[in-house]
Design a binder for this molecule. Sequence first.
Ligand code: NAG
Ligand code: NAG
Length: 392
Amino acid sequence: MMPGIVACILLACVSVITAQQQTAILEYIQGRMGVLEERIAQWHDLGTRYSGELRDFKNQVLKMLENLEKDKETMRNEMENTNVRVDRLEREVDYLETQNPAPSCVEIDEKLTELHNAKKKQKEKYEKITDCSDTISQVTAMKILKRFGSTDGLWTKDLAGNSEKIYVFDGAGNDTVFVFPRMKEFTLSSSTRKAAKIKLPFPWIGTGHIIYGGNLYYIRKDNEFQVIKFSLANKTIIDSSVLPIEQQVPVYGLSKYNYIDIAADEEGLWVIYATEENEKNICLAKLDPNNLGIEQMWDTPCPIENAESAFVVCGSLYVVYNTKLPSRSRIQCVFDVSGTISSENVPVVYFPKRYGSHSSMKYNPKEKQIYAWDDGYQIIYKLSMKHRDELY
Ligand SMILES: *[C@@H]1O[C@H](CO)[C@@H](O)[C@H](O)[C@H]1NC(C)=O
Ligand SMILES: *[C@@H]1O[C@H](CO)[C@@H](O)[C@H](O)[C@H]1NC(C)=O
């Protein structure tokens, strides 16, 4: 292309300029062309050098990837070896235990006997009451209904009845529950004046309370923590109980006011708690709604640290985690009392990004949705379920 243009310019010039001028122009043009040729040669050199360097780099990366792959293989082998060793150790410990049964205590007070019995029941297999075998696969929708009350609290329907009433516990320590006749009245009313009020005989602590089959179950702290069963029909205490749990500690690292969280699912009532004895992980127990007795207890592998809330679905505990600076809440630990699912089989379920962190999450087994209290906002999360067989 370049010689073509030059020829053109030459032709155009020839007719109007002298021979001397022509020579000068030709020399000038030759000079420029020489410079251009030199530059082209330089670019060519550079280009070859760059492509050489690129090739070297690619080779390096490939080699690094190969090494990584090898490391992974070694790690996997080591893990397998460790697993085999742990299995063997466990079998040996089991064997030793059968050889040397723990000595039975003779004089222990009643509460310890209860604790002992409940712990013993831990070894027994849990017998499901229902045939529900769903697990949460994702949060499919979120509805923000209202902003009401303080940062902490809980709101719920009766989780074992057909009532449309909405119960609101504002704050992690108060004694007055608000009752709205239906969801509509709750979302539309601009104040609590339209709500009925129930004054409880003692203030509650935390956000672990529940309405179940016409009764209100709530946590009170006297010297010890008590579960109180309060009849909504005649506004009287029907029963109260100190759970056979020693030295309780806050059950969720991110909401320290909860020592006992009562949850309802298809199987009945549960208490989620933590003790000094097992201070790193959350414990779970099955609660008899009639006499407030503990039927069975489990230590779960779910850590307390960074937990903000939890709930039970079809006999599986789902613990929701967040960070100190609230980010997206997620279910990161699942504990199934019948032992068929575990966290490894369940994908992490994320909740949509919200304002702060959840101070309560109440699963409604009939509606398959969660009533959550997030920094003073009342939110409903709709869940989609999956049969547990589909996990494998
Ligand atoms: C309960 O909350 C109300 C505000 O909603 C407050 O005026 C009252 O003092 C609280 N009661 C207790 C026992 O904390
Ligand atoms: C209140 O109602 C419950 C049933 O919900 C009943 O068991 C209890 O005896 C009643 N108590 C009084 C004082 O009427």
